[in-house]
Design a protein around this ligand. Sequence first.
Ligand SMILES: Nc1ncnc2c1ncn2[C@@H]1O[C@H](COP(=O)(O)OP(=O)(O)OP(=O)(O)O)[C@@H](O)[C@H]1O
Ligand SMILES: [Mg+2]
Length: 377
Amino acid sequence: MDRAPGLSVRLKLTLSYAGFLMLASVLLLAAVWVFLLRYVPDRAMLINPDDRPANGVFPVRSALLDVFAPRAAAVLAFLLVFGLVGGWILAGRMLAPLTRITDAARLASTGSLSHRIRLPGRKDEFRELADVFDGMLERLEVHVAEQQRFAANASHELRTPLAISKTLLDVARSDPTRDTGEIIDRLHAVNTRAIDLTEALLVLSRANQRSFTREHVDLSLMAEQATETLLPLAEKHGVTVETSGDISLAIGSHALLLQLTTNLVHNAIVHNLPEQGTVWVNTSVRFNSVVLTVENTGEKLTTETASTLTSPFQRGTGRIHTDHAGVGLGLTIVETIAHAHDGTLTLTPRSGGGIRIAVELPAVSPHTDRSGEDSGS
Ligand SMILES: Nc1ncnc2c1ncn2[C@@H]1O[C@H](COP(=O)(O)OP(=O)(O)OP(=O)(O)O)[C@@H](O)[C@H]1O
Ligand SMILES: [Mg+2]
C-alpha cells in the first residue's frame, strides 16, 4: 500500500494504548511509593539537616529508594513493551474491517462495481459504514448497467434509419431507371425518424441534467395547449379528447412540462382503440401537490405490462421495428421530466382497457415568490 508519509492510524492507536498504560503505571507506582513512605521513618527529619550523613546514619528512605527504583524501572519497561505489542495487536484487530472497506473502495475506484464488502458480525459503526457502502455500490452498478443498456439501444435505434437510408441509396445508384420520387419519399420519412429520435435523446439529456430555469407553470394551461395542438391527430384517429380541471400551479420548466403533457396526450391518442376512442385529460390540486391525469380507452393491459412501458425503447409488447412505430422514448421522457421536477408517475391499467397515467408534482407553496427562484434549481 502506498500511503503518504505520516503515522498510520494503527501506529497512533498503539502509541496511545502504550502511552495510557505507561501513565497509569507511573501513577500506580507513585501511589505505592507514597503508601510505603508512611511506614518508613524518615530519620533525616530528626537530625540537624546541616550535618546529615556525617555521623554515619543513612536515612531509611534513600535505602528504600535504592531498592524500589530499579524494580519500578523494570516493571515500567516490561509494561511499555507489553503496551506496544498488545496495542499493536488490538489496533490491528479493531482496524481490520476498515482494511476490507478500503480494499472495496479501491476496487470500486478502478471501475469494478460488482465487489461487495458484506462485513459479518454485529451492527457497529464499521458494519454500518460497510452496509451503506454496499448499498451505494449496488445502486451505482444498476445505474451504470442501465446507462450502458440505454446507450446500446440508442445506438441500435439510430443505426436502423441510417442503414435503411444506405440501402435506399444503394438501390438508387445500382438501378438508375428506378423511380427516384418513391426513393426520395422513403428517404425523407426515414430521415424524419432519425431526427425525431435524436431530438428525443436531446430532450432526455436536458431533463436529466436538471439545469432548466424554473417558473410557475399552470398544468391546466399545458393540458389545453397540448390538446389543441394534437386535435388534428385526434380527429384523424377518430378519438374524442375531453379536458377538465382546475388551475394547478407547479414550479418547473414550461417547455419540459409542455413536452410531458404533449407526450401523454399523444400516446393516449395513438395507442387508443382503432375507432371511437376517448381521452380524458384532467388537472387537480391536492393538499400539497398538483396532479395531471391522462386516461384513455384502448387495448387491455396487465399491471406488469404497464409497469414496463416507461423503459426506454419499449413499445407495447416488445421492441418492434417498423417505419411507423414510435421511437419508444415518449414515456421515458415523461418519467425523466417528472422526476426532474421532484414528481412521480403512476401507470394504472383501466379495467375496461386502456390506461390511466397520473403525474403528481409538488404544488407551489404560498411562500414562494412569483418567479419560483427560491425553490432552488
Ligand atoms: N396511453 C397509452 N395507452 C396504451 N398504451 C400506451 C399508452 N402510452 C404508451 N403506451 C404503450 O407504451 C409504449 C411506449 O410508449 P412511448 O411513448 O414510450 O413510446 P412510443 O409511443 O411507442 O414512441 P414515441 O417515443 O414516439 O412516443 C407504446 O408503444 C405503447 O405500446
Ligand atoms: Mg409515445
